[in-house]
Design a protein around this ligand. Structure first.
Ligand SMILES: Cc1ncc(COP(=O)(O)O)c(C=O)c1O
Length: 398
């Protein structure tokens, strides 16, 4: 692998691999040296439609030529169009637009606090989870359940009560002891935490408890939403609805976007003057969202995510499931984690050398988040590239 030029003027917030990606097509990308890779990462669950999608590219070119940004002093018809599409697909009622996952989560946390204030709770608390990831702003990192993300940023924002995932008794204990709680905030499938799904019965029990207590159920679908699991939103597998649902990543298929979709309990909590963002809801991002959802539907990409995801999961289990050192292979649709019994960060660079883009998260989990256009043949290729790397890695370290 030829090393790409280093980046001495960019702040060192990421440990970067020595490759610069220059262009892509479908689930393939090329680096500046002309090497080709299979993309099983989608820029961390962002490139829903893969790269250079033949329907998305002309739509975005058209939008750039018409208008990129105007600001929220004016009506933005594309905002209403995308909001209506999200409302129809979620069964919720209203949407606030922003530009990223952490911004969507900040808005959700502001809603949780203001919802409490409006009921006379001055110091609202939000229930959050071990191993959760919600972003890198001061409030969202405080909600995050990873000490490495907290380190160096004290004092953290107060008002969070942390519980383990899938433990309804712990949540009931919170209900008995914490009168200031106004919301429960969780990822339906924890992404950065290692592909940890909230069980359907657990989500149903949490929904019932929120109803009983008058709490908002806020589901962070930034990573697991937008068709990735085979339904529009991952919570739909459990047959429940949230009150607040932050979205981002895959919604714009690569154009930065965030959204908070709310149901009737939460939709009118924020009033004029309570919240805003300059870029939020700009015409380019809105057009990207509208076209992403439309193309997903036209091309049957949710069914594809379910089908190819099941195929990929089966192949991974067949190839790796019995291997000592492989603790679990889990996930849903095209959101899959292979948990090893030891830290395995080196697999990232070995996969890159083999021509495969993926990620390693929570130290021990190899994570696959391919674009929703992934084919069964590409899934087979992914397994053919990955399985020998994992086998070799485990053999070396045994
Ligand atoms: C579940 C979840 N929430 C929030 C975020 C933060 O999103 P962003 O990086 O766009 O701020 C992420 C990013 O990985 C995420 O996975």
């Amino acid at each position: 692998m030829t090393a790409a030029a280093p980046m001495p003027h960019v702040m060192p917030t990421y440990g970067r691999l020595p490759v610069a990606l220059s262009h892509g097509e479908g689930a393939r990308v090329w680096d500046t040296e002309g090497r080709r890779y299979l993309d099983a990462l989608s820029g961390i669950a962002v490139n829903t439609l893969g790269h250079a999608h033949p329907k998305l590219v002309p739509a975005l070119q058209d939008q750039v030529a018409k208008m990129i940004h105007c600001c929220n002093y004016y009506q933005v018809p594309l905002q209403e169009q995308l909001a209506a599409m999200l409302v129809e697909r979620s069964g919720l009622t209203n949407v606030f637009f922003c530009n990223s996952g952490l911004e969507a989560n900040e808005a959700a946390l502001k809603i949780a606090r203001k919802y409490g204030h409006d009921k006379g709770i001055d110091r609202a608390e939000v229930v959050v989870f071990e191993k959760a990831f919600h972003g890198r702003s001061i409030a969202t990192l405080s909600a995050t359940g990873n000490p490495k993300v907290h380190a160096g940023f004290a004092p953290l924002v107060e008002g969070f009560v942390r519980v383990p995932l899938n433990d309804i008794a712990a949540m009931e204990e919170v209900a008995r002891t914490r009168p200031n709680v106004t919301a429960v905030f969780l990822e339906v499938i924890q992404g950065e935490g290692g592909i940890n799904p909230a069980r359907a019965e657990y989500l149903q029990a949490v929904r019932a408890l929120c109803d009983k207590q008058g709490w908002l159920l806020m589901l962070d679908e930034v990573q697991c939403g937008i068709g990735r699991t085979g339904k529009w939103f991952a919570h739909q597998w459990a047959g429940i609805q949230p009150d607040v649902m932050p979205l981002a990543k895959g919604l714009g298929s690569g154009v930065p976007i965030g959204a908070v979709v709310c149901g009737p309990k939460a939709a009118n909590v924020l009033q004029p003057g309570n919240h805003g963002t300059t870029f939020g809801g700009n015409p380019l991002a809105m057009r990207a969202g509208v076209e992403t959802l439309r193309i997903m539907e036209e091309d049957g990409l949710m069914a594809n995510a379910a089908k190819v995801g099941a195929h990929l999961m089966a192949a991974l289990r067949r190839e790796l499931g019995e291997l000592p050192g492989v603790k679990d292979i889990r996930g849903q649709g095209l959101m899959i984690g292979i948990e090893l019994d030891r830290p395995c960060g080196v697999i990232l660079s070995r996969a890159l050398e083999a021509g495969l883009l993926l990620s390693v998260t929570a130290d021990t989990v190899v994570r696959l988040l391919p674009p929703l256009i992934f084919t069964e043949a590409e899934a087979d290729e992914c397994v053919a590239l990955l399985a020998p790397i994992i086998r070799q890695f485990l053999a070396e370290q045994a």
